[in-house]
Ligand binder design. Structure first.
Ligand code: GLU
Length: 315
């Protein structure tokens, strides 16, 4: 079993927004915890705009997201870094994996994947390995079809374990609970898992705070770190802020988007204070700046703040 190493000083956290819309209450909550975790340890923050998905990422959202962070007092010390101009770096990571004989082309469509995989504990579908086992002839036939393949990384039958600062102990066997995963998509975009691992290391990030939905990606990222000889980070996966009926808040939820929040709570401190109050970060929903919340923030008490570690109802 592989265990994540402990963070070494200086602590470097990150904001890693995808510029696909305005910030919403869930993103703000996650960013606030990331900032408090880093700053309470005398650390620094990096801002990385995750604009890997060129179709969904819009430059005006990248600008707005920076203004949103600034307005909320969620300051960063390095960046902004962008993913759109880092293809060469991602390509050399891909080459390093290829040199280890771990990559193969995959022609499975979304529909194939759906039909062939059994979702595990409702978490994520496990790739059945269909294209891993193609014969040379089958591979040549598919290549001749002219349809571009994606690139998948073979995973070992190994369990990766980590101690998450909020979720506690978590482990996942990559072969049985994940399967070979994408490192490059058929449209040639580098996959999130690869880019995030390369960028976190390049930007010195050793404290990752993000939504609970990404906990199941962490073992994949630890495996990539090992293959690319990059250090592990410490992890804290925050509960998701959800709407009624467990619906995930999205950037399309007007009621929870920052411009609506500013109308409802009047000031950035009003927004931060409300989010801190309803999530358990602060005892009241009174207006507060991140700096003010930092004074009473105790990293050791972080897990106890969230009785429900999976989700928090937006109100
Ligand atoms: N860019 C992702 C998001 O906005 C976060 C990815 C990560 O934190 O690793 O949801």
């Amino acid at each position: 079993m592989e265990a994540a190493a402990h963070t070494v000083a200086p602590v470097t956290g990150r904001f890693a927004p995808s510029p696909t819309g305005r910030m919403h209450a869930g993103n703000i909550f996650c960013a606030l915890v990331a900032w408090l975790v880093a700053k309470s340890q005398g650390g620094r923050m990096v801002l990385r705009v995750e604009d890997l998905d060129r179709e969904r990422s819009k430059p005006h959202f990248a600008d707005e997201v920076q203004r949103d962070f600034e307005a909320l007092g969620l300051t960063w010390d390095a960046g902004p870094f962008f993913q759109h101009d880092r293809d060469e770096v991602y390509q050399s990571a891909l080459d390093a994996l290829d040199a280890q004989g771990l990559l193969y082309p995959c022609w499975c469509t979304r529909a194939d994947l759906h039909a062939a995989s059994a979702p595990h504990r409702g978490e994520k579908p496990v790739y059945a390995g269909t294209c891993r086992h193609l014969s040379e002839r089958e591979r040549a036939e598919r290549a001749a079809s002219g349809r571009a393949p994606a690139t998948r990384l073979m995973v070992p039958d190994r369990t990766y374990a980590l101690h998450d600062l909020i979720q506690g102990d978590y482990q996942q066997n990559l072969a049985t609970e994940c399967g070979d995963f994408l490192v490059r998509r058929a449209d040639e975009a580098f996959a999130y898992q690869l880019a995030v691992v390369v960028d976190d290391a390049a930007q010195g990030v050793n404290s990752v705070v993000r939504g609970m939905d990404l906990l199941c990606s962490t073992p994949q990222q630890m495996y990539l770190q090992e293959l690319l000889k990059l250090p592990h980070a410490t992890y804290a996966h925050v509960p998701l802020v959800v709407g009624e009926l467990n619906r995930r808040l999205s950037k399309r939820d007007r009621d929870a988007a920052l411009d609506e929040l500013l109308m409802r709570f009047k000031t950035p401190a009003g927004v931060i204070g409300h989010i801190a109050g309803i999530t358990g970060l602060a005892p009241t929903t009174d207006p507060a700046t991140p700096e003010e919340l930092l004074r009473d923030f105790d990293l050791d008490k972080l897990p106890a703040l969230f009785p429900d570690k999976v989700q928090i109802l937006w109100r």
